[in-house]
Design a protein around this ligand. Structure first.
Ligand SMILES: NC(=O)c1ccc[n+]([C@@H]2O[C@H](COP(=O)([O-])OP(=O)(O)OC[C@H]3O[C@@H](n4cnc5c(N)ncnc54)[C@H](OP(=O)(O)O)[C@@H]3O)[C@@H](O)[C@H]2O)c1
Length: 337
């Protein structure tokens, strides 16, 4: 028997444009349309969630809003034949937690094609330790592989390395045998990054060249960049011939100071990564890899679990670049999954 209302982290905007958040109840009938109703066990906190939770118009323009781009739990009801009640599933991205209500509530309702069966080899908890961050890192590694960057090609650099995507990028690359240089602004994260498998750890200032030179001496075979701006520009100018840089983030800024020389003189590829709306078959394939050949031993060690009411403090931390690893949100707290 379904309840009439469900608990959620609700973000509202008042008449003066001020954004507020509270743990409250909404009617189940208010959930957006979709074939699949899911009882959420776990969600997570990504940078994008923090933007949605503080009313950033680039993520969500409609209020009241429930953030949470990630959700894992059990199917309650589903039409369309893809899923049955009690199936363990996960959803990441698309418009969930952006322009439609997301995983920071007891239930989500989404289109059936957004839903991924929880792959054998992962628990619901583990799937949300990974969440959008792990999935995005997986897409970045896949892009490097498809562009011919192999472990023997040379060192691969990861920026924003102690954040969610960066953590998984370092750990996945190291697991697959790549030599990894991790870039961080946190002196306190050096040991953490070495434990994840980074061979060397660099400060941000070491990859932030503002000399205006169109090319720098070639240092890296590839890169996973989560920060954009001058650091991405520096890395592209310092990527070796035929290298590939996967760009997924803008933690330092959305600009990109650059000329075309890395592309036309070194054949460097800039691979864009979109974890929200990318290919559905690739989505299923990356999740299977994350649960199987790419399964990381470090998952429990890099996660911190919070309750919905503890989110405001974690939101402040992620917005100021202070989070190391992943913040997982206990929603229904289904220990059995
Ligand atoms: N394209 C996609 O589909 C997709 C998917 C997921 C995330 N993203 C984007 O990827 C980025 C990372 O997401 P996340 O969830 O991993 O966020 P996160 O956990 O906050 O990690 C971001 C990291 O970037 C570094 N950083 C923060 N401010 C910086 C600055 N001013 N200059 C240089 N580095 C800075 C910090 O790492 P250090 O202290 O170690 O340097 C921080 O931990 C975000 O921009 C997010 O929007 C995009």
């Amino acid at each position: 028997m379904l309840p009439e209302t469900f608990r959620c982290y609700l973000v509202t905007k008042d008449a003066d444009g001020k954004v507020h958040a509270e743990i409250t109840h909404r009617r189940l009938s208010e959930l957006p349309p979709g074939e699949t109703l899911i009882r959420v066990a776990y969600s997570s906190l990504n940078y994008k969630d923090a933007l949605a939770a503080t009313g950033h118009p680039g993520v969500n323009k409609t209020f009241p809003h429930i953030p949470g781009v990630d959700a894992a739990g059990r199917v309650v009801s589903a039409s369309g034949g893809r899923f049955a009640a009690n199936d363990l599933v996960l959803v990441t991205g698309f418009d969930m937690g952006a322009n439609r209500w997301g995983g920071w509530g007891d239930y989500v309702r989404v289109p059936g094609e957004w839903v991924v069966p929880l792959p054998a080899g992962l628990t619901s908890r583990e799937s949300m330790i990974l969440g959008t961050a792990g999935f995005t890192a997986g897409l970045c590694v896949d892009a490097l592989q498809k562009h011919g960057v192999a472990p023997e090609s040379g060192e691969v650099v990861v920026t924003g390395a102690s954040g969610g995507v960066g953590t998984f990028a370092v750990a996945l690359l190291a697991k697959l045998g790549y030599r990894v240089a991790a870039v961080t602004g946190k002196a306190s994260a050096h040991e953490y990054l070495k434990r994840l498998g980074a061979e060397q750890v660099l400060g941000r200032e070491q990859v932030d060249d503002r000399s205006g030179k169109p090319l720098l001496s070639g240092r890296w075979a590839g890169a996973i960049d989560t920060v954009g701006s001058h650091i991405l520009g520096t890395i592209l100018r310092a990527t070796r011939h035929s290298g590939c840089v996967a760009s997924c983030g803008l933690a330092a800024g959305s600009d990109l100071p650059l000329t075309v020389y890395p592309f036309i003189l070194r054949g460097v590829t800039l691979a864009g990564i979109d974890a929200a709306w990318g290919s559905i078959p690739l989505r299923h394939d990356i999740w299977r890899r994350l649960a199987g050949p790419w399964k990381l031993d470090c998952l429990p060690a890099i996660a911190r679990f919070v309750e919905l009411q503890e989110l405001p403090a974690s939101i402040d931390q992620i917005l100021t670049g202070q989070v190391t690893g992943r913040v997982v949100v206990n929603v229904g707290n289904d220990e059995a999954t």
